[in-house]
Design a protein around this ligand. Sequence first.
Ligand SMILES: *[C@@H]1O[C@H](CO)[C@@H](O)[C@H](O)[C@H]1NC(C)=O
Ligand SMILES: *[C@@H]1O[C@H](CO)[C@@H](O)[C@H](O)[C@H]1NC(C)=O
Ligand SMILES: *[C@@H]1O[C@H](CO)[C@@H](O)[C@H](O)[C@H]1NC(C)=O
Ligand SMILES: *[C@@H]1O[C@H](CO)[C@@H](O)[C@H](O)[C@H]1NC(C)=O
Ligand SMILES: *[C@@H]1O[C@H](CO)[C@@H](O)[C@H](O)[C@H]1NC(C)=O
Ligand SMILES: *[C@@H]1O[C@H](CO)[C@@H](O)[C@H](O)[C@H]1NC(C)=O
Length: 497
Amino acid sequence: MERYPFFLLTLFFVVSSMVARTHCQKQTQALSQLYRNKMKGSSGINKGHFKPIHHINNSRVHPQEGMKEKDRIQMLPGQPRVSFEQYGGYVTVDKSAGRALYYYFVEAQHYSKESLPLLLWLNGGPGCSSLAYGAMEELGPFRVHSNGETLYKNRYSWNYAANVLFLESPAGVGFSYSNTTSDYIKSGDSKTAVDNYVFLLNWLERFPEYKKREFYIAGESYAGHYVPQLAHTILLHNKKANKTLINLKGILIGNAVINDETDNKGMYDYLESHALISDETAYGVKKYCNFSSDNSEISSECQAAIDEITKDTYYLDIYNIYAPLCHNSSLTLIPKKPSVANFDPCSDVYIYAYLNRADVQEAMHANVTKLDHDWEPCSEVISRWGDSPSTIIPILQELMANGLRVWIFSGDTDGRVPVTSTKYSIKKMKLPVKTKWHPWYLDGEVGGYTEVYKGDLTFATVRGAGHQVPSFQPKRALSLIKHFLAGTPLPDTSRYD
Ligand SMILES: *[C@@H]1O[C@H](CO)[C@@H](O)[C@H](O)[C@H]1NC(C)=O
Ligand SMILES: *[C@@H]1O[C@H](CO)[C@@H](O)[C@H](O)[C@H]1NC(C)=O
Ligand SMILES: *[C@@H]1O[C@H](CO)[C@@H](O)[C@H](O)[C@H]1NC(C)=O
Ligand SMILES: *[C@@H]1O[C@H](CO)[C@@H](O)[C@H](O)[C@H]1NC(C)=O
Ligand SMILES: *[C@@H]1O[C@H](CO)[C@@H](O)[C@H](O)[C@H]1NC(C)=O
Ligand SMILES: *[C@@H]1O[C@H](CO)[C@@H](O)[C@H](O)[C@H]1NC(C)=O
């Protein structure tokens, strides 16, 4: 299956990789393309600070009576029996444009689900689906067998810790759409934040029992933009209304795009320190490349170093440098023996087949308007991205100042938005250390390392995880989210984990 998304034009400022040729890993290909465009002065992407929309037209929130019941998913095709409820459907975010976002919601599998928080998960791209990645191959309750037809349970699903909401956003991603197709060339960070916010207001009308529930937002990669921007929008409108419209308590972002300059520098330093590129190439990058946000020129010396890096990493999964690749993207008649603990690098292929089945779409209440394109893990209809601030550090600082819990995690085998990038970005915030760097434990082993800063910010690595942390270290990821939601520090002893 050779499908190139719009993001995958010629690569010249980014590391590309083999796996981009299938559906695998398009999430970060999308990111690479965005970075490339942002470096070009001519792309017209606005890199200025995020500007929230202050006035949200009340007419965008509609009564939702009876819609929750209609969204209940009886059973997904090929699904094992479970004891929690699932819902899926559309929420209209702009009636006049005919724009609607698709969500998939799984209630907690826990005897006290009524008291467990509501957690929204967003994937990045921009343009990639939280159903493709988050729900079906990272933290959702099911994974798809290699036959593309049946599902098996993920025993480390995050719905053991929360009621989890997956949203395909913005319109043009996955099953989400707009009847005004010109919306697809007007996408960007600001519009995504507003649509996500309007989605939440309407969704809470549909599921009013969650209105007062503690609410958290989590996401990875380019959701390093979406999550803080949505949080900022929520706080702004709570303040304007002088009441808690949405009971937001905290955010969690992983392998997140935070600050272009440090993200870029950190990536090349990671490749060097992990013996993937030569000292000479690393020196060339340091000497000739300028990652400053207002630099739009790439010197030929810098380009030569980048070309070398592209060659060195071409046959690697740069999003998990020690992982195997997907060598055969055919479905199997008989499902391969599944293993949640050992992530199958061909998972994207199975998910693509599953979600494009008519019976699956019907069961999920998806694609009700019969869209003219396939469901894709990363959008092929969004063709322009209008705004993408070069940094979201000021928003993170504002969220902390407003008392939100802010956690930043990092799978330490990701080479694309690696742990070095995240450390440099956090360093830029100049926060004093509250709890010194120490290993955190799970099952008597080091789950990763953590440092807590005054302010309050928790940084945690997840050992042995690539870009999609819950895919590669599902048990450690579940432990991380439990501690985040409980607001408890990651354990500094192996005695009680
Ligand atoms: C709100 O939306 C309605 C319907 O789209 C429109 O008629 C009205 O002018 C809008 N109001 C404002 C203040 O933008
Ligand atoms: C988009 O158009 C289809 C076909 O006219 C209609 O059924 C659907 O309700 C529209 N979507 C929205 C969100 O208005
Ligand atoms: C906001 O609400 C609080 C209590 O509900 C009230 O005391 C306060 O005066 C309100 N502030 C504004 C600016 O309306
Ligand atoms: C990087 O580029 C920016 C913008 O063009 C420029 O102001 C800055 O001096 C450059 N930095 C270095 C180290 O050359
Ligand atoms: C790929 O897998 C399919 C299904 O298991 C198999 O029939 C086919 O022979 C394999 N192709 C290669 C090149 O290994
Ligand atoms: C929606 O359904 C149509 C008709 O069955 C199909 O051709 C299309 O691929 C589907 N699109 C999506 C996004 O699921």
